[in-house]
Design a protein around this ligand. Sequence first.
Ligand code: ADP
Length: 510
Amino acid sequence: MQKTKFDVKLREYIDAQMPIIYIDSFDDNKIEEMVLQVTGSRQVWEWNEMDGCINRKKVENGKWTEVHEVIAPERTLYDLLKDGVRHEELNRKILIVKDIHTYLEDAKLVSLLKNACLRIEEGQLDTTFVFLSSIVKVPKELEKYMVLLQEDFLQEDGIREVIREFMEENELGTIYEKLLDEIVVAFKGLSQLEIETILALDFSARGKIDKETIRLIIEQKQQMIRKAGILEMIPVNEGLEDIGGLENLKEWLERKAVILKDMAKAQEFGVELPKGVLIAGVPGCGKSLNAKASAKLFEVPLLKLDMGRLMGKYVGESEANLRQAISLAEAISPCVLWVDELEKAFAGIGGEGGGAEVTTRLFGQFLTWMQEKKSAVFVVATANDIMKLPPELIRKGRFDEIFYVKLPAAEERRKIFEIHIRKRRPGELTEIDISKLVKKTEGYSGADIEGVVKDGIESAYVKGQSGVTTENILDAVEATHSLQEIMKEDIEKLEKEYKERRFKCASRIR
Ligand code: ADP
């Protein structure tokens, strides 16, 4: 069994006099308790915005008790570091600082910390800083004095063991196997510490561990997502029926749905778990729509990964963010992880300079995860311009399939018109001459078509008409430049490239 020994690691780093231990935590209280435990009779202070400087430990005759004595409520972290180091107040102490990431933006504070670290290294000061935050920000100046402690996520056997031990310790008897399995799955992607915390929370509130516990686990996970701020949970309203055309892609997704709906059975049969799909092509042709519809089809949550927010300005921050995003997605799995505008995230791979290096490392991390992924996180990556993507990403084995979407053919445009007219003016579907509209919209994208339908309806209303006519929509078509007109050369170049690389066409009609 591979349970993490978080407290052992923590103690080792403190004993090794590592100046800064940065703990990427979601539960500060639990970590604080652990710091108090592993430091035995050493003094522990804490600083937080609310209380200022606090003593956390009373030591008498070699014995310690946990306390919460406010020493200096008005003292800023800056002053505590400055005076504390100068007057040796911080000597032979552990200082816990909560939510450190906000303070590390302050250059003066970072410089004070660096100074303290130098003294610690030279043996003039005996202090350990324990920084707690769920957001990892490490200024370059502090990198060499710091160790980042993150928890590993438990595999199913490990989770089972933690639950079993918890039940034993609290004399809770046993739970039946099927429920235990469900709880284990719900806990997936969480660390030992997080699992123990949730169990303890539930046990102290209700005195038992049962089916209700699963609800609490899910709530906690959602809180983690909100707090981390890198993933967004997107409400899913659109289904396959809202997509006009793209039959090949839809059919492919339906096949994967059969597997994802009963993964255990499929795997037993020897079927591989689907990894995901890359959908490339011109803007406004239904890529995002497909990401949303796949979540609805698979009946799982949709998480959107914001690559822009992933990129941090501190050393290691982007990698830590990606790691966190991946583990959160795994925690929530089965789910669809939608990586939008993939080419933006990984542009500049292999280049030189700090930014490019980070991107290259990030990219490697993402590839490895895609390659080794065993969880039910189905990745839907979307990209407008696949030529900007590094070739490793489009090699076989990363995604199950790569599709390209092109501007809709006549038959597809008909379906798209029908979908958008039905949505807004269902009664006029038979009255509007869709064939005429289809003829006039060669080179228009799905988004263009939606746009002309909306405009047509709006002008009918503004003119005071009782209904919408074909003419209203035709006028809107006249007034709109098609996507093809706007980016003719780009579209042709891309399509040629996709064909050469033998990507699959999302549409059945060529
Ligand atoms: P992108 O390919 O840029 O991700 P989207 O999927 O966001 O494009 O499309 C934008 C909007 O255009 C969609 O929300 C939808 O209303 C409309 N649209 C695009 N393609 C289609 C389609 N094939 N069928 C129906 N609506 C479409």
